[in-house]
Design a protein around this ligand. Sequence first.
Ligand code: GAL
Length: 712
Amino acid sequence: MKNTANKPLSAWRPITTDTFVYGVPHYPEHVDESYWDRDAARMAECGFNTVRLGEFAWHLFEPIEGRYDFGLFDRAIEGLAAHGIQTILCTPTATPPRWLTAKYPEILRVDGQGRRMHHGSRQHADTAHPLFRAYSCQITEAMATHYRDNPHVIGWQTDNELNTSMSVSYSAASEAEFQIFCEHKYGTIEALNAAWGGNFWATAYRSFDQVVLPRPNAPVHCSPGHVQDYHRFLAFATMRFQRDQVEILRRMNPDWFVFHNMGRLADVDFRGGFADDLDFVGYDVYPLLHEEKWRTGGHAHQQASFLDKCRGFAGNFIVPEQQSGFGSQVVFSTLVPEPGEMRRMAFSSLAHGADGLMFFRWRPAHFGAEIYWMGILDHDDIPRRRFDEAKQIGQEIQALAPALLGTAVRIDVGIAGADFDNEIAHETYPIGFPSPQDDGTLLHRACFMRGIATGFAHPEDTLERLKIFYVPHWLMFDDDWVARLARFAENGGTVIIGARTGSRDRHNHVIRTSAPGPALSALTGVTVEEFGRLAAPDQGEMMDRDRPGAGHYVETARDTESGRRRYHFTFAGRELTAGHGYEILEPAVDAEVIGTWSNRFLAGRAAITRRRVGSGQVIYLGTYLTDDLAEALVDWLAAEADIAPLVEGLPTGIDATLREAEGRRLLFLLNTEHTPTRITNPPTGTDLLTGATVEDTLALNGYGCAVIRLRD
Ligand code: GAL
């Protein structure tokens, strides 16, 4: 399987491949070789065609500096290939070996308190450090040279979940690299001082070698411009670290595909070069990790929204790791996928854009820091229900793959996503507002619950494929994006702009004109007269207690009054309560007021407006989404913007998506609940999982799945 050049990045970009990668990350080094042949035979029985190997095995590949030993992995790769299983290798740079950290302790990351990280877990080395980069290149070169002609090695994963454990480092080397980055970006120190606001709190510099990292113990907060550039630097350094490896791999064997498996998505800017260097991206799927924390409709919605956000970066992806059983680390554990749920979660990944899938992991480890992450097998090496499910999925994927590959996921309601700078701009000075992605997730959830095709896309993507485009408060909004939105509306699209959009420039300065700035004001027909903060819908105070440094102010900010002061507005015949914040809008003559503040000093002022543009419309929301507002908005849009669910009258708990390409439409209907359900009047077609014709009604067992190829 070789991915060919398939640019530009787009939420609708499928992987150009003729094979659906199906398998597991595997650690042959965790058992003795007497297991190996039985393992490979059982994997083949499951229908696995690929394993991923080696991401934590640098100490085996290079036990002593400069002395390489590939014997163990050569034998493992050969043995797996004898059963028809190909290998994806990983650069093992998430775990530098002890000889390296002992010789050069200065490559270890340093946290915000100045504490150097230690050897003994993983991701302890600083990817911005020139010395660590040099060693990363050496091990990549050695592995790539050794495996360049091995026909069973089909592709590479770079590192493992870059930045997931820790993305920052405040070491002296990082500071020096940051200074170089800043000099390259600004050219003169005066330009940097102007960008960061050096006349505020005497933070100006006289030369680049004086520039410091924005440390959390400064002792209070640094300038938003300074912090923004630090995160841009981290993303740049991460991209550069990966690029070093990718260049070596491509030079060595241009037929290999190269991807990275993303985890926490910290300080990675996919559209800033990171994803362009790859053939496709990989996303690790651990929905049960988030259920309690996210409180956004359980793990089925969590998985869908995570994958839809990821698809917004670079289109379809592979899932190099998907939770199969109970999971834990020393400090947490997850719920267990129930019988049938591992399969449902696998089909949800496919439904939301996966063109390859691997279950984490083949068997659980008996030793090490993750002894209770279960695999397809159990600790006692007995294949049980997860093995049976993997086998069933294997057969189903084989039948499904030809129809699936080459399709893209339909989006009717698009949410602006995939913009690193805007997420960071929010983070640099959040004052308790939700992040753009968290705000957008509320609209995503309201659509998901109704079976409306939704997803995330960047303003530079192909907006014509959407009916609606919602921009959650993106503080930085370029004029050429506004022009794209204007064209989209002219041609019949509905644009929705959230509060505070466009209110800062690219240096993170607050703009000097009325928000949302001249271009957006012209498009929306509003200017913002005043804005303010309100408590979040479920909170009685406005303090952001989880934020570093918050402790400093907690006592003075405890203010139950702020929680009681609620502002209401009417919209679409409903009286709603604003959460997070309000804006007073000043509408131009051609803007229609469709939502009005209804109490206290705001009473009678405009809260939501609409301006007709061409055959479309532009809505401005002078507040943040709440669950109630998201619901009201989706109901209103159904009437005013011609959106409908993929299937009318869906029972609750159905994950409904459509993957489509010229002449092919695959409707995924997945029951995310453990109880059986029935869908009446589904569109007619053939269920590719059973071969049955679907007409009047579709019965789904608990966690039951159907993939219906629709009749045209
Ligand atoms: C992933 C990581 C794996 C493993 C897994 C389970 O994020 O890539 O190496 O740690 O989580 O914790």
